[in-house]
Design a protein around this ligand. Structure first.
Ligand SMILES: Cc1ncc(COP(=O)(O)O)c(C=O)c1O
Length: 469
C-alpha cells in the first residue's frame, strides 16, 4: 500500500463496509492523516489488505471520487485530491451539518460555545423529580392524541411566566408549544403563508433565521443595527414581515430602544405587516431588569412572540412557545393540528412540573448571577491575555464579541480555534450585506475560574498567527 493509512472495518457494525471505508478515508483526509496530493492504495490492493470484496472498496472509492476527495489516474494510481474543498472534507451528503449550525451534534460543548446553558449548575435533583412525576402522570393517562397546541397546563404556566417575567399578558389560548424557536418560526411562516414575501432581518442577525426564511421562500432584506437596536429601512415598502430580537439583539446584545419599539410597531400597523419577536434569551438579561417583551406593547395585534427553553433549560428538549395575536388563535390551532403538533407530552409535563414547583424561576435567577460573574471573569482574562489592539465588547447578550480589521479571515480563525477545542463562532456569517463585519463571538455560560486563563491564552495564540502577530 502506498499510503500508510488502512481503514479499520468491523463486520458486526450496522453501517455497511463500503460506508465504513468511505467514512474512515474521508475522516483521514479531513484530519490530514492522509495528506492532500498523497498516493493511496488502489481499490484492488485495499480489498486484498482488508479481506473484503473488490466491489465493496470500489463503491467506497466512487463515493470519495464523487466528493472530489480522491482522483484516479488510471495506471498512474489513486491520489488524494490536491485541492480538497472544505465542505466535502468535513461531511458527505448524508452527514453534512445543516448550513448555519456551527457545532458538531455529538460533542460535549466546547469552551466558549454559544447557545448552551451552563453545564455544571443545572438543578438536576429538581429536574429529575419533575420528570419522574411527569412519567407517572403520563403512564396513568389514556393513550390518546394530546392537544396539538400543547398541554393546557403548560400553556397556562407559560402564560403566567410571560405575565410575570416578560410583562406580556396573554390568554393561554394564544400560547402554542413548539419545537423551540425554529419550530415556532416554521409555524408562523407556514400558517401566515409568507412564501414569496419580503422580510426584514437584522444585519448582523442570527444566521439560522435568515436561512430559515430563505428556505421558506421569503426574501430577506438586511436591516442595519446601531446602538439602539435594529433600524428598519421603512422606504422598503414591500416588506410584510420583520424578524427581530428586541430584548437582546443577536449577536450584539443591545436592547431595542423605546423610540425604536414604537417605530417598529407603528410600521407594522401602517404597513399591514407582521413582526416576529425572537425572545431567545427571555429574562436572561445580565445587567438590570430585562425590558418587557415587544409583544407587551402590541396594541395592533401584529406581533408573534417566540420564546425558547433552549438557553434557559436545555436545547435538547426542543421546546419553546409561540404567542399569537388573539385574532389568530383559530388559524394557528388548525395549522399546528395538521402540520406541526407539539412534541412529547412527557417532556411538556416535566417542564410544567418544573415551572409549577418554582424551580424554573429560581434557576433563572441563579443563572443571571452566575452568567454575569462568568462574563466579567472572561472579560478580565481577555484583557490580560489578548493583544491590546483587539476591540472587545461585552455589554448585553450571553456572549463577548471580539472585532477584527476587515482584512482578517474570521472564519479561518474560528476554524483553527475550534480545532484547538475552543467553540468560538466567526462574526461574518451573521452579516447579510457586504462588507461583513469580522470578529469572534465567545459564549460565556461555561467559562470557569480554573481554566479561563489557559483558554484565553490558547485563543490569543490562534489569533496571533492570523492577526495580531
Ligand atoms: C438568536 C437566537 N434565536 C433563537 C435561538 C434558539 O433557537 P431554538 O429554540 O430553535 O433552539 C437561539 C439559540 O442559540 C438564538 O441565538
Amino acid at each position: 500500500m502506498t499510503g500508510a493509512f488502512l481503514p479499520v472495518v468491523n463486520r458486526e457494525h450496522k453501517v455497511s463496509i463500503t460506508q465504513q471505508i468511505f467514512l474512515a478515508m474521508r475522516g483521514a483526509i479531513s484530519s490530514g492523516a492522509l495528506e492532500k496530493g498523497s498516493r493511496v492504495s488502489s481499490w484492488q490492493d485495499l480489498s486484498v489488505q482488508l479481506g473484503v470484496s473488490r466491489g465493496t472498496v470500489k463503491r467506497a472509492y466512487d463515493l470519495l471520487k464523487d466528493q472530489g476527495l480522491i482522483v484516479t489516474k488510471g495506471r498512474g494510481g489513486t491520489w488524494v485530491a490536491a485541492e480538497v474543498s472544505e465542505v466535502s472534507t468535513e461531511s458527505g451528503p448524508s452527514a453534512r451539518t445543516p448550513r448555519g449550525l456551527f457545532y458538531d451534534f455529538e460533542e460535549v460543548p466546547q469552551y466558549f460555545q454559544l447557545g448552551v446553558p451552563a453545564q455544571d449548575q443545572f438543578p438536576s435533583k429538581a429536574w429529575h423529580g419533575a420528570w419522574r412525576t411527569a412519567i407517572a402522570t403520563e403512564s396513568a393517562r389514556p393513550q390518546i392524541y394530546p392537544d396539538p397546541r400543547g398541554l393546557s397546563s403548560l400553556r397556562r404556566e407559560v402564560a403566567g411566566y410571560l405575565a410575570t417575567a416578560r410583562g406580556l399578558s396573554c390568554h393561554p389560548s394564544q400560547v402554542f408549544i413548539t419545537s423551540g424557536f425554529a419550530g415556532a418560526l416554521g409555524i408562523v411562516l407556514g400558517a401566515m403563508d409568507f412564501r414569496g414575501c419580503k422580510a426584514f432581518v437584522e444585519d448582523p442577525g442570527f444566521p439560522r433565521t435568515r436561512y430559515a426564511l430563505q428556505q421558506a421562500g421569503v426574501e430577506t432584506i438586511a436591516a442595519p443595527v446601531d446602538h439602539e437596536g435594529v433600524m428598519l429601512p421603512f422606504n422598503e415598502s414591500e416588506a410584510r414581515l420583520a424578524v427581530i430580537t428586541p430584548g437582546q439583539q443577536a449577536p450584539l446584545g443591545m436592547t431595542l430602544s423605546d423610540a425604536r419599539r414604537a417605530e417598529v410597531l407603528n410600521w407594522a400597523n401602517a404597513a399591514n405587516a407582521w413582526i416576529i419577536e425572537d425572545d431567545y434569551a427571555g429574562e436572561l438579561q445580565l445587567s438590570g431588569r430585562a425590558s418587557p417583551a415587544l409583544a407587551a406593547d402590541d396594541r395592533f395585534g401584529r406581533v408573534f412572540h417566540i420564546g425558547s427553553f433552549s438557553k434557559t433549560l436545555n436545547p435538547g428538549l426542543r421546546l419553546g412557545f409561540l404567542v399569537v395575536p388573539p385574532a389568530l388563535t383559530d388559524l394557528f390551532g388548525t395549522f399546528v393540528g395538521h402540520l406541526a403538533p407539539a412534541g412529547s407530552v412527557v417532556a411538556q409535563q416535566a417542564v410544567q412540573n418544573f415551572m409549577a414547583g418554582g424551580h424554573f424561576y429560581r434557576h433563572l435567577r441563579r443563572m443571571k448571577t452566575l452568567y454575569a460573574r462568568r462574563k466579567m471573569l472572561l472579560v478580565e482574562s481577555l484583557r490580560r491575555e489578548l493583544h491590546p489592539g483587539v476591540r472587545c465588547e461585552f455589554e448585553g447578550a450571553l456572549s463577548v464579541r471580539l472585532f477584527f480589521p476587515h482584512s482578517i479571515d474570521d472564519v479561518a480563525v474560528a476554524v483553527e480555534a475550534q480545532k484547538a477545542g475552543l467553540g468560538v463562532l466567526p462574526l461574518s456569517p451573521w452579516f447579510q450585506s457586504r462588507p461583513h463585519g469580522k470578529g469572534l463571538l465567545l459564549g460565556i455560560s461555561n467559562v470557569r475560574d480554573r481554566t479561563v486563563r489557559e483558554k484565553c491564552q490558547a485563543l490569543s495564540r490562534v489569533m496571533a498567527s492570523h492577526t495580531y502577530g
